[in-house]
Design a protein around this ligand. Structure first.
Ligand code: PLP
Length: 459
């Protein structure tokens, strides 16, 4: 079918995530037909580097025949089983494979359909557990501004990206937001050390003012991904865990983005941030985007006082028709096998300094206010005025302009307002990292010229 015909069907029938009501029915979304390695091939037939790696998920790149074959085999052997009443070899093996790679005693895996449902499951489990423990009032979740945890009612309720909250209802009575943890946005004259202390104090003050008896859990992405790759100050997560422990508050690490190699490890919580949370949520890179799957991974300890003799006959009535779907599990098992066989985690660790060096070098450009990142994750934040750090004046326009220039030059950026975020397939090579940042730099320079020409920036 021709590209314009697909666009027409799409515009009339496909309601996309984050669909703009203003543009509803207007065609013009790019049609992506094929992809290979780190390249996506759009309607015009030109390969472009996939800067965002799908949606932070295509760890092994596109066109992996082995994963396709494993999925096809499983679909023919047994496409589906009911996880409510039976199990399947691949799903049970995958649960064990995940448990082997998680820190501490996080050995209980609840499969879901994606990241939102993994977060939702984590939050529901915490509520369920506290009810069983006779603490029905211990229900508040502490989360952070700029966090993104998903699109179910509960996971959206703990998400703190302001614009996404407009026009929706949320479970506000259950949620408390902590202020922004972005070091770039710290008050002028505040050192990183003082900022860290302030952020730790924010958490403890919140627990004390809400009352530890009312706070169930703290949920945090190790690096706030779609909030703009916000890397909190060194020691932040470890210190937050200490505070949580002190007040009997559970720690949920949302590793939907940071897990499965993005920071060079299966999970980042312990290997990168030196802490073992109570619950980890995972999705995306778990199958490298080849099939939908999520996992809520729980500490053994959380079950000790609510199971067996202590269970009171309770059933954790939460789950999905497709929990642990065999075809997705087959994709995930093959994904893990390839990551290990090809040394992808080692590759990410070896490539990280070069990736981060190229990213940091962009800070010299006048349009760039901040660059930040970790592992193969990065963000370039554009500002109208570097000293004022004002993102608002440029907002949507600047990201769109950079994206358009980069697409012409062979790179997909898919910006978030005034920010360009990067999480390319983990198999990207040293030279391809150079190509990616060369194009980005050129795209930013061309955008600067456009803005100067329009009078939006002073040369
Ligand atoms: C940190 C984090 N948690 C949860 C989610 C939700 O995952 P999904 O879109 O698979 O439901 C996302 C998605 O971007 C995410 O970045």
């Amino acid at each position: 079918m021709l590209s314009h015909m697909i666009s027409d069907l799409d515009a009339r029938h496909f309601v996309h995530p984050w669909e703009s009501m203003e543009d509803l029915g207007a065609s013009g979304r790019m049609v992506t037909q094929r992809a290979n390695g780190i390249y996506v091939i759009e309607g015009d037939g030109r390969p472009r580097i996939d800067g965002p790696g799908g949606m932070w998920c295509v760890q092994l790149g596109y066109g992996r025949q082995e994963i396709g074959e494993a999925m096809a085999y499983q679909a023919q052997e047994m496409a589906y089983f009911s996880p409510f009443s039976s199990t399947s070899p691949v799903s049970a093996q995958l649960a064990a494979a995940i448990a082997q790679r998680t820190p501490g005693d996080l050995n209980r895996v609840f499969f879901t359909t994606g990241g939102s449902t993994a977060v939702d499951t984590a939050l529901r489990f915490v509520q369920f557990r506290n009810n069983l423990l006779g603490k029905p009032e211990k229900k508040i979740f502490i989360t952070r501004q700029k966090a993104y945890h998903g699109s179910t009612y509960l996971s959206a309720s703990v998400s703190g990206k302001e614009r996404d909250r407009n026009w929706f209802d949320h479970a506000d009575a259950l949620v408390h937001f902590l202020p922004d943890v972005n070091p770039y946005r710290r008050p002028a004259g505040t050192s990183i050390e003082a900022f860290l202390e302030a952020k730790i104090a924010d958490l403890e003050k919140a627990i004390l003012s809400l009352g530890a008896d009312h706070v169930a859990a703290f949920i945090a992405e190790p690096i706030l991904a779609s909030g703009g790759v916000i890397v909190p100050p060194e020691g932040y997560h470890r210190r937050c865990l200490e505070i949580c422990r002190r007040h009997d508050v559970l720690y949920i690490a949302d590793e939907v983005v940071t897990g499965f190699g993005r920071l060079g490890h299966w999970f980042a919580s312990e290997s990168v941030f030196g802490m073992v949370p109570d619950i980890i949520t995972s999705a995306k890179g778990l199958t490298s985007g080849y099939a939908p799957l999520g996992a809520c991974i729980l500490s053994e300890r959380l079950f000790e006082d609510i199971s067996g003799d202590a269970s009171q006959g309770a059933v954790f009535s939460n789950g999905f028709t497709y929990s642990g779907h065999p075809v997705s599990a087959a994709a995930a098992l093959k994904n893990i096998e390839i990551i290990e066989r090809e040394g992808v985690l080692e590759h990410v660790r070896a490539l990280t300094p070069h990736f981060q060096k190229r990213l940091a070098a962009l800070r010299a450009l006048p349009l760039v206010g901040d660059t930040r990142g970790m592992g193969l994750m990065g963000c370039v934040e554009c500002v109208a005025d570097q000293s004022a750090r004002d993102p608002l004046a440029l907002d949507k326009v600047v990201g769109g302009l950079i994206d358009a220039h980069c697409r012409d030059l062979g790179l997909i950026v898919r910006p978030l307002l005034n920010m360009c975020v990067f999480s390319p397939p983990l198999i990207i090579s040293h030279d391809e990292v150079d190509q990616m940042f060369d194009i980005l730099e050129k795209g930013i320079r061309l955008t600067t010229d456009d803005l100067v020409r329009k009078g939006a920036l002073v040369a």
